[in-house]
Design a protein around this ligand. Structure first.
Ligand code: GTP
Length: 333
């Protein structure tokens, strides 16, 4: 039996007497993972490549409405399900990106992360769906083809990280900070919410470098960065602003809340107990300036920065290892 006879035999066994058997046979020969759902959402084809991608053999899927469970841990429809159930308005919420494949309705592509619970590794899949209609134009089935784009996606994420991360500490870099501050300022303006900013500076760091060398200084910056970042919530951003200075954006946070975060950071760094024998406290400490603004069209984010900077300067002036908050006289923010 040659390969094509073998494939034919396999399809006859798998889909005995199935209408559209030729289509399914072709599908089986495809190197691209593909499956077909009928108009009720039941799987009627599941090719070899799809078995390899998902780790699920066809006999476990065919005839069931559970194709989704081969891709996701929690219940959620495949793109083919969405097309069958006429729920295309949900595509945007379920996938990272999507587009119409051609002018004809129902031909769609989308991409996003899938858990792949049986294959055992998350994968970023690009998915295309196309409807199959009967002679009356009614939807009879939907073909879904899949491409594993995990390597490409990871390369893209790494590139984005290179562009937005600080190489020494792994925190957001200055460019990312500037972009985020601008975006958060606009959001706070639209939503009329407060925006808080912390400027954080390592105390007596010149002495630290002098005592422990530049390599020791770098390690110290990494430890301080880690401690500062531990106080962050999901929507906050902590960045290396430059040298031994860090900046923290706290969206929708009052000055009182910002002061609490700042004090927690100060304590956390102090508790690292990193020796700095040249400093008064004998340990590495930080000073923090906090400022809050309710953005208005006549103000600029740079004013908030200047106010937080002034507060930081005051904390240094008052003896370091402390936080200082905005005062009215510090400016508009
Ligand atoms: N190891 C290391 N040192 C850095 C880095 N960036 C800046 N520095 C050093 O940080 C020190 C900052 O010194 P100063 O600006 O005088 O401030 P300070 O000694 O911390 O004094 P106060 O801020 O007033 O408490 C300088 O010695 C810089 O060379 C870095 O990436 N790695």
């Amino acid at each position: 039996m040659n390969n094509s006879q073998k494939a034919q035999h396999l399809m006859d066994v798998t889909y005995p007497g199935q209408a559209g058997g030729d289509t399914f046979r072709l599908l089986e020969l495809l190197a691209i993972p593909a499956f077909v759902l009928d108009a009720r959402g039941h799987a009627i084809a599941w090719n070899r490549a799809c078995e390899r991608l998902t780790g699920v053999p066809r006999y476990e899927v065919l005839g069931s409405a559970n194709a989704w469970s081969c891709f996701h841990r929690d219940p959620r429809p495949t793109l083919a399900d969405l097309l069958i159930q006429e729920r295309m308005d949900e595509v945007g919420a379920l996938y990272d990106a999507h587009a119409q494949l051609c002018d004809e309705p129902g031909h769609l592509s989308a991409e996003g992360w899938c858990d792949m619970p049986y294959a055992g590794r998350r994968r970023y899949l690009a998915v295309d769906v196309s409807p199959i209609c009967d002679e009356h134009g009614h939807l009879a089935a939907v073909v879904e083809t899949l491409r594993d784009m995990t390597d490409e996606k990871q390369a893209q994420i790494s590139l984005e990280q290179l562009a937005t991360r600080d190489g020494l500490t792994g925190l957001a870099n200055r460019r990312c900070f500037d972009d985020t501050l601008h975006a958060e300022w606009q959001r706070a303006l639209r939503q009329q919410q407060p925006l808080s900013l912390l400027m954080v500076d390592v105390d007596n760091f010149k002495q630290y470098n002098d005592a422990y060398g530049h390599v020791g200084g770098d390690e110290c910056l990494r430890r301080v960065a880690g401690a500062v970042a531990k106080e962050m919530r999901a929507n906050d951003l902590v960045a290396r602003y430059g040298g031994e200075e860090f900046a923290v954006i706290l969206p929708n946070q009052s000055l009182k809340g910002a002061a609490i975060v700042a004090e927690r950071m100060r304590c956390r760094v102090e508790q690292l107990h990193l020796p700095n024998l040249g400093a008064a406290k004998q340990f590495v400490t930080i000073s923090v300036g906090a400022a809050t603004a309710l953005p208005a069209p006549e103000y600029e984010p740079s004013q908030l920065l200047a106010t937080a900077d002034a507060a930081l300067y005051r904390a240094k002036h008052m003896g370091r290892n402390r936080i200082s908050l905005t005062r009215e006289s510090d400016g508009a923010a």
